[in-house]
Ligand binder design. Sequence first.
Ligand code: FAD
Length: 301
Amino acid sequence: LWELIIVGAGPAGLNAALYAARKGIEVLLLTEDLGGQVIDTNGIDNYIGKRETNGSQLINDFWEHIQQYDIATIVGEKANEIKAMQGEHRVISNNNREYKARTIIIASGAQKRHLGMKQEYVLTGRGVHYCAVCDGYLYAGRPVAVVGGGNSGLEASLDLAKMDCDVSLIEIQNELMGDQYLQEQIEKNDNIRVYKGTQVKKIKGEEKLESVVIKDNKTAEEKELSIDALFIEIGLVANSDFLNGMVGTNERKEIIINENNETDVEGIWAAGDVTNIKDKQIIIAAAEGAKAALRVNEYLK
Ligand code: FAD
């Protein structure tokens, strides 16, 4: 029986592990991967004390730090289910192993939201991408489309246009949603064509992406765009499906926590992007992880 199991090893889970271990708590860190969303991040310049770094470097620094403590870690195993059982909660993994703990911190973060179309999954990495910052350079000078007119979609479109891509920007609402400053840049850019009030109806291609069919919501007119890459930038969704409603979540699937990181189940805390904390940032997730571990420490005492 562990005193604490932490699910997830992004900034929230890693910092929770550090704080828990420093309090002498017997902790098991169970995670699908090491680093979470940070691994996909190129330049990071808003983590205090690190004027300029990148995702893998920052995670490496976190990892080296926590390795100074006694933290049992299982990487590559996913929590498939958590069963709340007073004083002896269970975490059941995708390998059908069962781990018992007095307390749990859920720090399973978030992932890019998908459109939910079959060919989207088939062609992921073969034309369909979720991070223009990471993969855009593969398509320099080629025709591409971006789905999503929020800040990330607008930034992705501008980055791709800078790489001489011919960019079609597709937004389901009648207006772009991102910052005014970015919208102005988009309007001025000859490499970007904007389709507002338009949605993706079909993604085509077998071995690699060939085109997308888009539909104007008002006129119902359809149009096929021949493109080499589709960047889906429609926000994030909390990784909370595996909990199956075991703790309370909001309409965005984020776990609802109070200022002590408590969920509505005794002995289960949550931290970072998986929660309803508004700001999704590395330093905030890390701090939330620390807070959760300190509250767990008080509880265990
Ligand atoms: P995550 O980083 O999402 O980590 C979640 C962890 O949980 C992962 O290890 C994952 O494998 C694991 N996990 C998930 N489900 C399970 C499960 N069922 N069982 C076991 N393990 C599981 N923030 C900044 O401050 N500055 C930036 O410059 C910045 N740039 C960004 C760029 C991109 C492209 C993205 C996507 C995000 C960026 N962010 C940035 C946001 C920042 O990365 C997140 O706020 C932060 O990573 C959240 O940390 P987290 O620990 O809550 O979750």
